[in-house]
Write a protein that binds this ligand. Structure first.
Ligand code: 13P
Length: 247
């Protein structure tokens, strides 16, 4: 039986004061769900998460890490640095980074490898654009994206979390239907099965306009093991409701 995991991706949002208020509310409610839960904040706030969440049931993480270990890469933050702040997770390959920062499948795979090397669990995002879905190539796209990671991580592939985030569902209010999402999760799990005996134990999250009112039906699908939550992770009541929907 896989445990459900709900991860908040705060994206480019937050302030010390706003984070403190949000975290305090989450900490007050942490006993009201049993799933695994985590929040991923912008880098400058990782120290705040480390300080506030240590000893709680909430985990935390970053939204990206460098594909490089160290060196002359101005503006980059390494997996080793992220790990120093108690992070358990790091998101890699979010579609916003693939689209706006030109991250290739191989760069995403290299980032996942760096993360694992520093004891972090990479949450590897995959997903098709609207044009790709309409062209009927969704399965092909997500298989290509996950294959690069499988190839690069080899036997370590079972240590990652996968997040299926259809680009057309992110921040649009348009969610993949539970059936649509399940179909892609099934494709992803089959691909993982071909690479590792542990595919059945791996968590595959769905992301894209998950809200308190659609979370339960999405999470009830056979291969959906939780969610990667954007907008709804910024309001404590919404995030708590989604965690409760996961169990
Ligand atoms: P929304 O929940 O705002 O659609 O964002 C999803 C997402 O991109 C999480 O990584």
């Amino acid at each position: 039986m896989r445990r459900k995991l709900v991860v908040g991706n705060w994206k480019l949002n937050g302030s010390l004061a706003a984070n403190a208020a949000l975290l305090d509310s989450l900490l007050r409610e942490q006993g009201s769900w049993t799933c695994d839960a985590a929040v991923c904040a912008p880098y400058p706030y990782l120290a705040q998460l480390n300080e506030r969440l240590i000893g709680s049931t909430l985990n935390w993480g970053a939204q990206d890490c460098s594909a490089h270990e160290s060196g002359a890469y101005t503006g980059e933050v390494s997996a080793a640095m992220v790990a120093e702040f108690g992070c358990r997770y790091v998101i890699v390959g979010h579609s916003e980074r693939r689209a706006m920062h030109g991250e290739s499948d191989q760069i995403v795979a290299d980032k996942a490898k760096r993360a694992l090397a520093h004891g972090l669990t990479p949450i590897v995002c995959v997903g098709e654009t609207l044009a790709e879905r309409e062209a009927g190539v969704t399965d092909e796209i997500v298989k290509r994206q996950i294959s690069a990671v499988i190839h690069t991580l080899a036997h370590c592939i079972s240590q990652i979390v996968v997040a299926y985030e259809p680009v057309w569902a992110i921040g649009t209010g348009r969610t993949a239907s539970p059936d649509e999402a399940q179909a892609v999760h099934h494709v992803l799990r089959a691909k993982l099965h071909a690479a590792t005996e542990r595919a059945d134990a791996m968590q595959i999250l769905y992301g894209g306009s998950v809200k308190a009112d659609n979370a339960a039906t999405l999470f009830a699908q056979a291969d959906i093991d939780g969610g990667l939550i954007g907008g709804a992770a910024l309001k404590a009541a919404d995030f708590v409701a989604i965690c409760r929907a996961a169990g």
